[in-house]
Write a protein that binds this ligand. Structure first.
Ligand SMILES: Cc1ncc(COP(=O)(O)O)c(C=O)c1O
Length: 448
């Protein structure tokens, strides 16, 4: 057993691990205290969209802080929060345009918690008090607080807390590369979407309030996007059963997949959208719940008061950071860069596909992943104990490239991938450095 690192006062993510100290960021690069520079192909878990070290964001935050840093939302609204809410809604699917509202949080998990309670209270306001369960999907991640864990289907992250979290029901993911039904698209006729219908028909449907899903599954499956027709079928099933549809776009939202929200790739109009990460590009802790007019109206006609709240919701300095990030995205037309940059990354990564242990390179825009398999013909994964994703991460790190590794891709325990979600400013040369580092990692990890 390796020893616990003694030189830190932080209760770090892993007490046996030595973490470099990040002292500077610039574009796609992070510099550590020892002078080593890392190419940030992970975007620090798909957060950093405009790149590191953009000085005007800090200046905008300081300006807001000089004016007023904090005012409690039970007593005041703030200008930056109002402005950012309007800007985020303007990007959202059409159904949000007429009467949608935004609830700002300090991150994605709080956004999920908020949506869970919002869905519950929506049905109280609507006179359907029996509805409280949120059905979600296996192999998904919606956050680390206990409410968010209850909807998350990521087995590894749920396991230690299983006795503490309710099980409201998890249906099949839409994941063609390892189809849970062993079918092939489109002959499958979207069996994965119909799994929701089958579940709702047989599992106390009168108690279900909403269905929550990631249109592009980020960390858990590795950039696995819904197939054409899936989201429309899901929306139809939710409508039929009278439940809300919630899209978790904490990772896939705010331009990461080439559209403001991934839902827009398929014309999906969810009742609620969760976002976070890229909304302030990591310059401040910020998440958001976009609430569709149907839900807003139920509250307006009902009690008017959401029984929920966080001290730091809609924080003036965080929302000022969000506005400054927005200004930067607009001024540099960075949303428009995502698709071409995504293509450049895919092109660079395509050389990896010839490797016998690269199962698939997939994703949308700048949310991509490389999955590693033991046997390409059967798509069988390596055993969990082989720790392939982590070994690939470490080897890529030797080349100073940061990736986001995950295990459990296939069944929650087995399967390995690395997620790539760099800043939107990544260049073709930098994409090539990422691919070269992964080639090096493949050669090292799978050396005969
Ligand atoms: C899809 C999704 N939802 C929710 C979360 C939780 O967000 P946070 O870590 O900001 O609480 C994440 C984080 O990775 C995520 O990817």
């Amino acid at each position: 057993m390796s020893t616990v690192i003694q030189n830190s006062s932080l209760f770090s993510r892993n007490l046996r691990k030595n973490y470099p100290v990040a002292v500077r960021g610039e574009g796609c690069w992070i510099t550590a205290a020892d002078g080593r520079r890392y190419l940030d192909a992970s975007g620090q878990a798909a957060v950093v969209s405009i790149g590191h070290g953009v000085a005007e964001i800090g200046r905008a935050m300081a300006e807001q802080s000089d004016k007023i840093a904090f005012a409690h939302t039970s007593q005041f609204h703030s200008e930056p929060a109002e402005k950012l809410a309007a800007r985020v809604l303007a990007l959202a699917p059409k159904n949000f345009q007429n009467g949608g509202r935004v609830y700002f949080t300090s991150g994605g998990s709080e956004a999920t918690e908020t949506a869970i309670k919002l869905a519950r209270q929506y049905f109280l306001e609507s006179g359907e008090a029996s509805r409280y369960r949120l059905v979600s999907r296996k192999q998904s991640y919606h956050g680390s607080t206990l409410g968010a864990m209850s909807v998350s289907g990521n087995e590894g992250r749920r396991a230690p807390y299983a006795p503490m979290i309710p099980e409201w029901g998890h249906v099949a993911p839409c994941f063609c590369y390892h189809c849970p039904f062993w079918k092939t698209y489109p002959e499958c006729n979207l069996a994965c979407a119909d799994d929701l219908d089958a579940f709702l028909r047989t599992n106390d449907p009168a108690s279900v309030a909403a269905f929550l899903f990631e249109p592009v599954v980020g960390a858990t499956l590795g950039a696995a996007a819904a197939v054409e027709g899936y989201t429309a079928r899901i929306a139809e099933i939710c409508r039929k059963h009278g439940i809300l549809l919630i899209a978790d776009e904490v990772m896939s939202g705010m331009g990461r997949t080439g559209k403001p929200f991934a839902s827009q790739h398929w014309g999906l109009e969810p009742d609620i959208i969760l976002t976070g990460k890229g909304i302030a590009s990591g310059y401040a802790p910020l998440g958001a719940v976009l609430v569709g007019p149907r839900v807003v109206e139920a509250f307006e006609k009902g009690t008017g008061a959401f029984m929920h709240g966080f001290t730091y919701q809609a924080h003036p300095v965080s929302t000022a950071a969000g506005n400054a990030v927005f200004d930067y995205l607009e001024a540099h037309k960075l949303f428009d860069r995502v698709l071409p940059a995504g293509e450049a990354l895919r092109k660079a990564l395509s050389a990896l596909e010839a490797h016998p242990h690269v199962g698939q390179v997939r994703g949308l825009g700048l949310l991509q992943a490389v999955e590693f398999v033991k046997d390409k013909s059967t798509r069988a994964p390596f055993p969990k104990e082989a720790g392939i994703a982590e070994k690939i991460r470490q080897a890529a790190l030797e080349q100073n490239v940061l990736t986001y590794p995950s295990q459990g891709t296939v069944d929650g325990a087995n399967g390995d991938h690395v997620l790539l979600a760099p800043p939107f400013t990544i260049t073709a040369q930098e994409c090539q450095l990422v691919a070269d580092a992964l080639q090096y990692a493949l050669a090292k990890v799978f050396a005969a």
